[in-house]
Design a protein around this ligand. Sequence first.
Ligand SMILES: Cc1ncc(COP(=O)(O)O)c(C=O)c1O
Length: 433
Amino acid sequence: MIITRGEGVRVFDDAGKDYIESVAGLWCASLGFSNERLAKAAYVQLQKLPFYHAFTAKSHEPLIDLSEKLLSVAPVPMSKVFFANSGSEANDSAIKMIWYYNNALGRTAKKKIIGRIKGYHGITVAAGSITGLPNNHRSFDIPLPGFIHTMTPHYYHGAEQGESEEAFATRCAEELDKLIVAEGPDTVAGMFAEPVMGAGGVIVPPRTYFEKIQKVLRKHDVLLVADEVICGFGRTGNYWGSQTFGIQPDLLTCAKALSSSYLPISAVMVNQKVFDALADESHKIGTFGTGFTYSGHPVPAAVALETLKIYDEMGLVEHATSVGTFMQKELRDRFAGHELVGEVRGVGLVGAIELVADREARRNFDAKDKVGARLAQLCESHGVIARGLPGDSLAFSPPIIITQDEVAEMLDRVGRALDELAVQLRREQLAVV
Ligand SMILES: Cc1ncc(COP(=O)(O)O)c(C=O)c1O
């Protein structure tokens, strides 16, 4: 498929057919595909200062203004911002800072990093090692040693018979505690968590989950990184996913909707405690030798600043909450009772439907049947670009600017695709109905 242009929440292929982008590209083009102000912000900055770096005590206005803006909207008090070009680089940089932090404190053995099975944090060697998806590891010789994974907090599949959401959350926290104790708390440095796990299946944590795991992390002096690469900037109905789930991170990484993805930029925010240790160590050893040529590049920084300004003007949180509430209700009303749908989940403007072969037994289809991919394909023929995730889930993460009417139109089209798939699977006798 060759995509040639975009307009609002839609993109068009080279035959002129329109598609509603139900995942905003890669969960990222939050202001849609035709925002003039962002194009203009890039052009103006290109004319004024097309490049400058942030090495050797240099800086420039877009970088300074963007840092200040990010710190002013952070979900918890943060001290400093470091820029990179992608979510993976932001997470890699956060890992390095955690290692550097522990070296600063003389805890040279405290280095292991915890991710979660089905978590997604990118694909560079270190960020890819925190990722907990086998397809991103296979044949790449990752995860590297020193990266460990704890269980997926997915109540629908993970809970035992009769176990409440809260009890399941307690069990997740107990498992995390056991993992840290087994590894040795003096060797475990940090944990990365997406507020809602995106690429692993739009997995919304069970009630009380973050409260309980944060207690465990604090007990063992393990830093928490909130990976807000998908959840940041209104996606979950608050400015940050951390606010939706009561997360108080020590470091926070973001990207994607930071610039509505019109140009690549990502950021790591660190709190005062972390920054003080980084500063002490760099004064001691004489260098904080990390940074990218394009860290804080003025053009993406100017686009990001304009993006955040637009969010303020449009009432991002109010809009995401009202359209998000509508989307969640429509997803449930339309699909929760569908013969192929096991679970509808989500919060705000991120959601998923999970297809199952047997609703009663919560049994997924055989992976080789690629049922989720087939649904995504059918959605395309009905005019929606959709994303099939592992475990035959179809994700919804449309541009944040989407209206209720557009949500309804998107779900009408998905509904037609789903019904067509049901007819096919019945004929093939793949689903228990
Ligand atoms: C939660 C999360 N973290 C990190 C990344 C990696 O970002 P990038 O693809 O920009 O490296 C992604 C990408 O989808 C993501 O969803």
